[in-house]
Structures are given as structure tokens and as C-alpha cells.
Unconditional design. Sequence first.
Length: 268
Amino acid sequence: GAFQKSGHTARILSPEEAEKLAKDQVLVSEFKQLKLEKEAQKNWDLFYKRNSTNFFKDRHWTSREFEELKGCREFADQKLTILEAGCGVGNCLFPLLEEDLNIFAYACDFSPRAVEYVKKNTLYSTERCKVFQCDLTKDDLLKNIPADSVDVVTLIFVLSAVHPDKMHLVLRNIYKVLKPGKCVLFRDYGLYDHAMLRFKSGSKLGENFYVRQDGTRSYFFTEEFLSELFKAEGYEQVVNEYVQRETVNRKEDLRVPRVFLQSKFQKP
């Protein structure tokens, strides 16, 4: 059993949760923070080395959640060009290509190992997709994708792994390849998601920004922060709201609050 609601109100913390977060104010040292930034690619590469293609489930919910993929079409069989920014090992990419034969996908990831896994997938075909390694904060997408050529960009659980000071660079990079009038579809961790409350003390890098034990990092978005981030790079907001779920584990009698931000921003 679970419930889901969406809206513009952030999740309200229980007194215990509020106390835990208030206590946890000590930040990871500047030296370690610089090291984490420098080794970000290595840490994600090691993540994929350990987990291979088994960590994330195939995201068959994507086209259900984002009906805009169908809505982007001006006529039924129109061929869509999409960019999956931060494709991982293809958990979102391959279900989409299977479900929709009229899609050509560009896909990129920070981790060279993840890109290799995509290329080794039996569903990978250069006629239907082009995958490449890319650090979205500094590698120009125009080297692999023509300007103003993409109908939809999906940015799903990707921006949270980027240092908040560099997030605008990702959005600026994507802007160049997106067609005018077309959209970025965004989904990522929201403020006070269960994952944020599980970090042990000594994991905090900054406001709403944490490091996991494996060195990968995660930011938890507020609606206001995301809105300002996109608007500062010239996008217009179409939808931007929290999706709150309470997932119930009957076996252990646990109620787990999940919070995501689901949004759509358009290039004018």
C-alpha cells in the first residue's frame, strides 16, 4: 500500500526528524569536499563497477509519468529526437526505445563504464541511438549533438549528483541543443525525502547536500531553488511540484516518506 500526492508544499517533518536535522550541522572538511569533487567521476565509475547493470530497475514508468513524450508530437508518427542526460546503464533509455519505435535517442553519462554497459546491451543500435561519455558541467554537447535539434531532454535523478555550484552549467549546456519551444523533463530528489533523513552525521557537504559512503553525492531540491536555477538560464517554467509518496513495507511495518520534484521547463 502507498499513497501519492503532488503539490507545492514541502513535506512537514516530524519533531524527531526536525531535531535530527537541526543537530546535524557539522560540514565535511573543505579538503575532503575538494577531493570528492575531483574524484566524482572515479566514484561513479566504481559504483558501476560494483553494481554492474543490476542496481537500478528498468524505468518502465517514464512514459507513463511523462506523457509529454507523446504530447511533444505534432502528429502521431512524428519521429522524436531525445537526449537522455545522465543515462546510467540505460534503465530509462532502453524501455523508451522498446516502447516507442519513432524515437532517436542521444544519451550520455559521466561514467565511461556506464557508457560501455549501454553499448554492450543487446538492444543498443547505432541506427536508433548515439551514446557518449560526457561531463555535462564542462564537455560541450555540441560536439556530439547539433544545435537546436532535440525535441525532449530527460534529466532524471542526475542533477542531484552534481555540485550545486555547477548545476547551472549543466542547464546551459542542454539549452544549446534543445529546439526552441521544447522541454526538459525533470525528476529528482525533493527536500526531506527519506534518503536525506537516513544520512549519518558527518555526511553533510552543505545545505541539502550530502555524501554517501561510496563517495557519490546527493542534493535534495526545493521547488524554489530548482525554479530559480532554470529561469536564470533562460528557461520558462511549465510545471514544477513536489510528488510525495508514503511507501508501506508491511513485512517490517515501516512507512517510508519519499519526496521527489517533478518538473517541466521550456526553452522559449
